[in-house]
Design a protein around this ligand. Structure first.
Ligand code: PHE
Length: 346
C-alpha cells in the first residue's frame, strides 16, 4: 500500500530528486494506474456527494501540481545533464589534425598498367594463364622437348604433383590464347603475369613479372615484328630511345631476335650496367615456330605471326632508375615512396 502523501512532502521529494530515474519512480507511485492519487480517486464513489465534490477537487489540484512539478524537475535534470555533457566534450581546436596517409601504387603496378594501356591502344587484348602450369604448356607445346636445358632443375620450380611446374615464362599463354580462339584470326594478345625461376641476384628475383605478346594473322612478317616492337618500346620508354635487334635463339620462334635499348646510365659510352656495350637487352621475340602454331591449332601454311616476352622489372629499373630490383619486392615503404613521382609519365 502506498503511503498517503501531502503537497509539501511531494514538493520536497521532487526538489531533492537527483535523477530522472527517481522521478520516474515517483510518477509511478503517485500518478500511475496503481499510484496513490489514482487509488484515492477510486474511493470517491463511496463518499457523500458533498464530500466527494470537495475531495475530488482537492485530488485534482494535487494531481496537476504533482504532474507539473515532475515535468519541471525532469526538464531541469535533463538540461543539467546536457550541460555537463557539453562541458566534458569540449574540443581542443589547437590539436594538430591527423594527416591521412595517401596510398600510392607500387612501381610495378604502374609499369604493368602502362604496358597494358599501350597494348590496348595498339589493338591487343589482355590474356591470362595459370601460374601453376602443366609441363606441356610450359615446355612441350613451345617446342622445348624433354631433356632441353631450359627445363633443367636449376631454372624451374617443379611442383609435387607430377607434370606441373611454376611457369617459367608467360609463353604458355601463347598456346592457351590460340586454343581459346579455336582457329579464328587474328590472335592478338598481351599476357602480363607472374613467372618463377630459380634465380636470385641484383638483376634477378625468383618470382618476377613478364608480359607476353602474340600476333597471328595471315601474312604477318618479321617487318611487322620490328615495326610493332619499335613503336611499343618507344611508347613505353620514350620515342627518342635508341633500339636495335640482334638475332638470337628460342626453341619456339624461328627466326628469333632480341631487342636492345640504348643504356640509360652511360647513354652508349659503356658502363657496368650495360657491360660496356652501350646496350641493354629488353625483350626476346621471333616469328612463331610452325610446331607451336600446330600445337595451338593453327595451320603454319596459312597463318604466321610473331611473339615476344619482356621482363617488366627491367622496364621498371629503366623508368625509375633502379639498380637493385630485389628492393622492389621487400615492401619497404621508405624505399617505394621514393618512386611516388618518379618515372615521369608512369
Ligand atoms: N619466353 C622467353 C623468355 O622467357 C621470351 C620470349 C617470348 C622469346 C616470346 C620469344 C618469343 O625468355
Amino acid at each position: 500500500m502506498v503511503e498517503p502523501i501531502s503537497w509539501p512532502d511531494v514538493e520536497r521529494l521532487i526538489a531533492e530528486a537527483s535523477s530522472t530515474e527517481q522521478l520516474k519512480q515517483f510518477r509511478v507511485a503517485w500518478l500511475g494506474k496503481k499510484g496513490w492519487i489514482t487509488a484515492q480517486m477510486k474511493e470517491l464513489g463511496g463518499l457523500s456527494p458533498e464530500l466527494r465534490r470537495v475531495r475530488g477537487a482537492e485530488l485534482n489540484t494535487l494531481r496537476n501540481h504533482v504532474a507539473t512539478a515532475l515535468d519541471a524537475k525532469q526538464a531541469l535534470l535533463e538540461d543539467a545533464a546536457e550541460h555537463e555533457k557539453l562541458l566534458r566534450e569540449t574540443l581542443d581546436l589547437t590539436l594538430p589534425g591527423r594527416t591521412p596517409v595517401a596510398g600510392l601504387l607500387h612501381p610495378m603496378t604502374r609499369v604493368r598498367r602502362r604496358i597494358e594501356d599501350i597494348a590496348l591502344r595498339l589493338g591487343f587484348s589482355l590474356a591470362y594463364g595459370p601460374q601453376v602450369e602443366s609441363e606441356w604448356y610450359n615446355f612441350e607445346a613451345l617446342n622445348i622437348p624433354k631433356g632441353h636445358p631450359a627445363r633443367d632443375m636449376q631454372d624451374t620450380f617443379f611442383v609435387d604433383v607430377p607434370g606441373l611446374v611454376l611457369r617459367t615464362h608467360t609463353s604458355p599463354v601463347q598456346i592457351r590464347s590460340m586454343q581459346d580462339r579455336q582457329g579464328a584470326l587474328p590472335v592478338k594478345v598481351f599476357a602480363p603475369g607472374l613467372v618463377y625461376r630459380r634465380d636470385d641476384d641484383a638483376t634477378h628475383v625468383p618470382m618476377f613479372q613478364q608480359v607476353e605478346g602474340l600476333w597471328l594473322d595471315r601474312h604477318i612478317s618479321l617487318g611487322d615484328l620490328l615495326g610493332t616492337l619499335t613503336e611499343w618500346v618507344g611508347e613505353l620508354i620514350g620515342p627518342e630511345v635508341a633500339t636495335r635487334f640482334r638475332s638470337s635463339y628460342f626453341p619456339f620462334t624461328e627466326p628469333s631476335v632480341e631487342m636492345d635499348v640504348g643504356c640509360a646510365i652511360c647513354r652508349g659510352s659503356g658502363c657496368r650496367i650495360c657491360k660496356d656495350t652501350g646496350w641493354v637487352e629488353i625483350l626476346g621475340s621471333g616469328m612463331v615456330h610452325p610446331a607451336v602454331l600446330k600445337n595451338g591449332g593453327y595451320d603454319p601454311d596459312q597463318v604466321s605471326g610473331f611473339a615476344f616476352g619482356m621482363g617488366m622489372e627491367r622496364v621498371a629499373m629503366r623508368l625509375f632508375g633502379l639498380d637493385d630490383l630485389r628492393l622492389l619486392y621487400q615492401n619497404d615503404l621508405r624505399y617505394l615512396e621514393r618512386f611516388q613521382s618518379g618515372g615521369d609519365a608512369v
